[in-house]
Design a protein around this ligand. Structure first.
Ligand code: AMP
Length: 218
């Protein structure tokens, strides 16, 4: 089925980004990660980036208005016409309400909201060990997924790797707090609408992908 419009929810480090990339490939729908958009804005030194950097470094949430404006513009791009996976958005009830309004003004609706659930105790280790290829964005982990040849990306052969500025233990604690305080209340919001599906994310990546594909169909 084409035209899927999804929200992938879950705690920081829960594997949303990795799974969204896989779904993007399988279904030909685009991954919209507000975190990636903000990191690109920070790197480019735009006004949005300047506003967001400090908040991100503290592990807090960027203002709803800024995020909603960013997503609203992005969803109008032609590559979203076939469907999209929202990754890291919405993260607060006001963002979810704004998304509802935004979608209905465009005459479109969400098909599913999927929560990839992972217990807190696992997340710190997952987050603090992760790094990505600077060239192609392939994800790695100090403990769980090293490149086959040390220092060389399996996917593109790149030799430059980066770590996110906010992937340190101190910031992770604030990010988890923001998740529990501000984002977890979205689960009942979407459950009530009959859209929520909860998957166990505390398993190998391939098992989680298989479950997602089962929920989403062909
Ligand atoms: P992520 O890559 O999704 O973990 O996001 C990294 C950081 O970007 C978060 O800790 C927030 O500071 C900010 N951010 C990303 N998405 C949102 C959002 N929907 N609302 C508020 N802040 C966000």
């Amino acid at each position: 089925m084409s035209g899927k419009r999804l929200i992938l929810m879950g705690p920081p480090g829960g594997g949303k980004g990795t799974q969204a990339k896989r779904l993007q490939e399988k279904y030909g729908i685009v991954q919209l990660s507000t975190g990636d958009m903000l990191r690109a804005a920070v790197k480019a030194g735009t006004a949005v980036g300047k506003q967001a950097k400090e908040v991100m470094d503290a592990g807090k949430l960027v203002s709803d208005d800024l995020i909603v404006a960013m997503i609203s513009e992005r969803i109008d791009e032609p590559d979203c016409a076939n469907g999209f996976i929202l990754d890291g958005f919405p993260r607060t009830v006001p963002q979810a309400e704004a998304l509802d309004k935004l979608l209905s003004s465009k005459g479109i609706a969400l098909d599913k909201v999927i929560e990839v659930a992972v217990p807190d105790a696992k997340l710190i280790e997952r987050i603090t060990g992760r790094f990505t290829c600077a060239k192609c964005g392939e994800g790695y982990h100090d403990k769980f997924k090293q490149p086959q040849k040390a220092g060389v990306c399996d996917a593109c052969g790149g030799t430059d790797f980066t770590r996110r500025a906010d992937d340190n233990e101190e910031t992770v604690t604030s990010r988890l707090k923001a998740y529990h305080d501000q984002t977890a209340p979205l689960m009942p919001f979407y459950k009530e609408k009959g859209l929520l599906e909860v998957l166990d994310g505390d398993r190998p990546m391939d098992a989680v992908t298989a479950d997602l594909e089962r929920v989403l169909g062909s």
